[in-house]
Design a protein. Structure first.
Length: 218
């Protein structure tokens, strides 16, 4: 019992140390996966800026077009690189994992489930958290992920926009990554409303039936 008590105290102490450490304060993403316009804009940002290095191997262009109400012609025109990719393909990176490892020291991760794994607030804070740091390999560091191994590919976009507009773009990108991590989520949330309405209606005959069964007992 004494050892158990000591172990418990040590665990609580380490938890408090972690909580009071240098963990970054995350910004609220305030995303809305039902906002199709935001999702379409975020998808275009992801294709234009992220797929040079990162893949999304569990998301097909065809599914993206269907869910976000984008015509296959627009997908082919604005998202498929030079006709070498088919609309039935998954989102691949232009750079191979081996090349990425040679350039950056680590292979760029697949981003399909990143918002599910890290959380949307983390993703949004990460995307808006880059700052210039000449002591790093690529000249930029990140408030959320210190000594980040990723070059800030959106630097030119950020410098050409107001802080408010850039934050809005990063919110749309985060929104798309949230959708991409669970494409069925918008449908599931909408369908859930009808389930709750059905259960509320069902409650009435169930309550009346209960009264009928118990009336003679009382």
């Amino acid at each position: 019992m004494k050892r158990l008590a000591i172990t418990t105290i040590l665990m609580l102490f380490s938890t408090l140390l972690y909580a009071s450490g240098t963990s970054p304060v995350l910004k609220k993403a305030n995303t809305d996966i039902h906002d199709k316009e935001s999702l379409r804009h975020g998808a275009q940002l992801f294709i234009d800026h992220c797929t040079t290095c990162h893949s999304a191997k569990y998301m097909r262009y065809e599914r993206l077009a269907q869910d976000l109400e984008i015509s296959e012609e627009d997908v082919a025109k604005n998202m498929l690189r030079g006709g070498t990719i088919k609309i039935t393909d998954t989102i691949s990176a232009a750079m191979s994992a081996e090349a990425g490892k040679q350039v950056y020291g680590v292979a760029p991760p697949d981003l399909t489930l990143e918002a599910k794994y890290q959380g949307v607030d983390w993703v949004y804070s990460y995307l808006t958290g880059f700052y210039k740091d000449e002591n790093t390999t690529f000249g930029y560091n990140n408030h959320v992920l210190d000594n980040v191994a990723m070059p800030w590919v959106l630097a030119s976009l950020q410098e050409s926009m107001s802080e408010e507009d850039f934050s809005s773009d990063m919110r749309d990108l985060t929104n798309f990554m949230d959708y991409m991590a669970e494409p069925i989520k918008p449908w599931r949330q909408n369908f859930g409303k009808y389930v709750l309405i059905f259960l509320l209606i069902l409650l009435i005959p169930v309550w009346l039936l209960k009264k009928e069964y118990w009336k003679d007992i009382h």
